[in-house]
Design a protein around this ligand. Structure first.
Ligand SMILES: *Cc1c(COP(=O)(O)O)cnc(C)c1O
Length: 375
């Protein structure tokens, strides 16, 4: 992230020792080889390179159907076509997710209903869920953040008991695991983003997974104008061939990135010596993907911690996106609900980058900055 042109946040005589970037550059030696193949075989969303990319993703996840789409927002929009509803019906969603998950709900004429999360986890709280489920509820969206798994196994059982489909927005949780399986396996439909800022990048892009052939057929039709049959509504949400080519190359590097991020996380955690700061608890049976390290302030205001890190050149998504419960935003104020765990959780956290461009000196700088924080 270039800071040129921006006013420095440091006094002129106090140069920061180090500025850590959260902008990981996703390059792969095979990018160009795959791009050349795309140029030869076709660039549309129905070309063979896109099919290959979908097949590779399906193999990696052991899922029956993968649909490549043009963005993470497209993935959520399209997932809503994999379930059944009428305009005005309700979709349950946590207020701790990015607004990117909720705007697609509004775009379909559906009503988002906010449900609180569990204490210290981004998963929906079963007690609050029981309060918000209504006769007009048509689906539940769970949005685990920054790679930390939620109790999607329990949520799936609750959703089943109510006859409701569970959509997982896993834009942050590509490769996150729970009970030895992919977190994605616990959803009726799982959505992903491959935007440049996410775990794996195709520039812009996303994909949707399901094991249900009917849901897949409905979603696929929606991404191509309802198969142009003039009966079913749809728009164009297909992923292009160039992006699929880059995706194919980068899938090959995925395991290596997961390992490096796990190593970086371990390195930081082993040296964490601040009694006021801990890693966000990981739910039992869960394995994080290393998208970011979530540090939680156990006493006091987490935003002070975020400011401390920022001042010392350690970036935080919480600072960048000002994560607050979504009903605090004007666009969503009509859906206000008091979600105490959500507000407390977002206020207690910071993200720390773990990507594979970080040097040993970067990691050491992160550790000393975290350890120097005083409550
Ligand atoms: C980034 C993100 C999206 C949107 O993805 P785009 O590819 O930017 O459209 C949706 N949901 C979540 C949880 C995200 O983090």
């Amino acid at each position: 992230m270039s800071r040129s042109g921006k006013a420095s946040k440091y006094p002129p005589d106090a140069r920061p020792p180090r500025e850590i970037t959260d902008a990981f550059r996703h390059r792969h030696p095979d990018d160009e080889r795959y791009l050349r193949q795309a140029l030869e075989t076709g660039l549309t969303g129905t070309s063979s390179i896109v099919e290959r990319y979908e097949r590779k993703l399906a193999e990696r996840y052991g899922m029956r159907h993968v649909l490549a789409v043009s963005s993470g927002a497209a993935a959520v929009t399209v997932a809503l076509d994999g379930i059944t509803w009428e305009p005005g019906d309700e979709i349950i969603v946590p207020p701790t997710c990015p607004i990117c998950t909720v705007l697609p709900i509004l775009s379909r004429g559906l009503k988002p209903v906010f449900c609180d999360v569990r204490p210290h986890n981004f998963g929906l709280d079963p007690d609050d869920l029981a309060r918000v489920i209504s006769p007009r509820t048509r689906g539940i969206i769970e949005v685990p953040m920054w790679g930390y798994p939620s109790r999607a196994d329990e949520l799936r059982e609750i959703a089943r008991a109510h006859g409701l489909p569970l959509i997982l927005d896993l834009a942050h949780c590509h490769m996150t695991r729970l009970n030895g399986r992919w977190l994605a396996e616990y959803g009726d439909i799982a959505c992903f983003s491959t935007h440049e800022g996410k775990f794996m990048s195709t520039g812009e892009g996303g994909f949707v997974m399901t094991n249900d052939a009917d849901r897949d057929a409905k979603m696929r039709a929606y991404t191509r104008f309802g198969n142009l049959d003039g009966i079913h509504f749809g728009l164009n949400y297909k992923l292009g061939g160039l992006q699929a080519a880059v995706g194919l190359a980068r899938l090959e590097a995925l395991d290596r990135h997961v390992e490096t991020r796990a190593r970086n996380r371990q390195y930081i955690l082993e040296r964490l010596q601040n009694p006021h700061v801990r890693e966000l608890p990981i739910c039992e049976g869960g394995v994080v993907n290393g998208y970011a390290l979530l540090l939680q302030v156990v006493r006091g205001d987490g935003r002070r911690f975020v400011e401390h890190l920022h001042t010392h050149g350690v970036p935080s998504d919480i600072k960048k996106y000002d994560n607050r419960p979504l009903y605090e935003y004007p666009l969503l104020a009509a859906y206000q609900r008091d979600c105490k765990n959500s507000a407390a959780l977002l206020r207690s956290l910071t993200t720390v980058p773990l990507h594979s461009d970080l040097s040993l000196e970067d990691l050491q700088h992160i550790i000393s900055t975290v350890n120097a924080y005083e409550c």
